[in-house]
Design a protein around this ligand. Structure first.
Ligand SMILES: Cc1cc2nc3c(=O)[nH]c(=O)nc-3n(C[C@H](O)[C@H](O)[C@H](O)COP(=O)(O)O)c2cc1C
Length: 409
């Protein structure tokens, strides 16, 4: 059965929702699913903008069948070749043998690498600034390398201001009938998952996203609708999502008063200190505090929260003279995603040779960029003793002061 939505008078969402996939990219949990968005323009020529994951190909075909009726698909325009969008290319070309393909040189290379038989078709290679007319609609192409693969481009329909933004402005969560940003409560229900999508998938490529945002800024008044490849279509409050992208891509905390306390604890003593610290922070008026057990929280959620918050408390046991491995993995992920400009506080614990504090400090100082570590470290010997509580108070004071000054700037 077809399931389509109208975006404009002659543009349709023809994508699909996926509630079966457990792990996006086989790594990030997606408990609320994901959508693969593709769009069909019915102009003098019919144009399909991107395809969907192979698992959703049948839905795409039914949607196209329904909307095209007796018409053929004339053009397949590929902005992004990652298989969650490109996997159905060959099937589309088999069904519509006269279909031309418009894409970038690199994307055509990827199509061949992935084994798609495209060379029987007319292939139109485009690059930055080229335009193409489908009848009433003319589009122009803007390259978007590493947002988030090297071949990526975005396409602007200069006739009606629709931007096909590829993975930019995308989000986890299946659409389930909704399509537009104002059909959902984005701030309440989607923002966390949009951030988790961006930060884990594209987070590393902040400078490249900045480049794209710079190009978009030059034509911002012309952009009326943003059609990403996952999640809602933006047709109101474009500034809201662009502002989020500004923060994320410049590694600027969204919440200058946000504190996350991430603890690693085997027997509960470090956990107890983490909770005591959280209570002390709230007592000092720092209410935007969340506590995470690193062992129970998938690292993609921690990364997302680390992009949101200005302050991070790392509380780790010592493990075989090292940092607890799961905290180490979290730090490595932060580094891989290029995260910077955060303030840290360190709580360490050990029963005979406490090392985790120095090691975490060294990692932040030497492996990462623009990270500040507060001097007030708390060093536990097995459990939080009453003598050490004063140190936890000093740490809470220091974090509260730092949050206050971050919020004032
Ligand atoms: C496998 C393992 C390795 C450990 N290695 C060290 C170590 O190298 N140095 C140390 O001081 N404590 C070490 N510990 C002890 C814990 O870090 C220590 O008991 C800590 O207080 C436990 O805190 P928790 O109650 O939050 O789990 C180790 C414990 C385990 C289980």
């Amino acid at each position: 059965m077809h399931s389509v939505r109208k975006v404009t008078d002659d543009l349709y969402w023809v994508g699909a929702n996926d509630h079966r996939l457990t792990l996006f990219e086989n790594i990030h949990p997606i408990p609320q699913g994901v959508s693969y968005n593709a769009y069909l323009l019915k102009d003098e020529q019919t144009v399909l903008f991107d395809t969907v994951d192979w698992s959703a190909c049948r839905q795409l075909l039914e949607n196209l069948d329904y909307l095209l009726g007796d018409r053929q698909l004339d053009v397949l325009l590929i902005n992004h070749m990652e298989p969650d969008h490109g996997a159905s290319i060959e099937e589309i070309l088999l069904r519509y043998p006269k279909c031309k393909v418009i894409s970038t040189e690199k994307a055509f290379m990827f199509m061949r690498q992935f084994g798609f038989d495209i060379d029987e078709h007319e292939l139109i290679e485009v690059s930055e600034g080229d335009t193409y007319c489908f009848g009433a609609h003319t589009v122009t192409f803007v390259s978007a390398p590493m947002v988030h693969w090297p071949e990526a481009m975005v396409t602007l329909d200069v006739t009606n201001g629709v931007l096909f933004s590829a993975d930019a402005f995308g989000s986890f969560i299946a659409l389930d009938g909704k399509l537009f940003n104002d059909e959902v409560n984005f701030d309440r229900d989607w923002l966390d998952e949009a951030r988790r999508y961006y930060t884990n998938i594209v987070g590393k490529y902040g400078p490249q996203v900045q480049l794209l945002l710079g190009k978009a800024a030059a034509v911002l008044d012309k952009i009326k609708i943003i059609c990403p490849l996952h999640g809602p279509v933006w047709h109101t409050e474009l500034g809201y999502i662009i502002d989020k992208y500004q923060h994320w891509s410049t590694y600027t905390p969204e919440d200058s008063d946000g504190v996350m306390v991430v603890y690693a604890s085997m027997y509960g003593n470090t956990e107890s200190a983490a909770q005591a610290l959280a209570a002390k922070l709230v007592e000092r008026g720092v209410n935007n505090v969340r506590v995470y057990d690193v062992s129970n929280t998938h690292v993609s959620y921690l990364i997302s929260e680390t992009f949101r918050c200005s302050h991070i408390v790392l509380a780790s046991v010592t493990y075989n003279l090292g940092i607890y491995p799961v905290i180490k993995n979290y730090l490595e992920d932060m580094k891989a995603l290029n995260l910077q400009n955060r303030t840290f506080a360190i709580v360490e614990n050990g029963s005979w040779a406490c090392k985790s504090g120095d090691l975490m400090q060294k990692f932040l100082d030497e492996e990462m960029k623009n990270m500040t570590v507060l001097n007030e470290r708390v060093s536990l010997s097995s459990a939080l003793s009453s003598e050490k509580e004063a140190e936890l108070d000093f740490m809470a004071d220091a974090i509260a002061d730092s949050v206050k000054s971050a919020s004032e700037t």
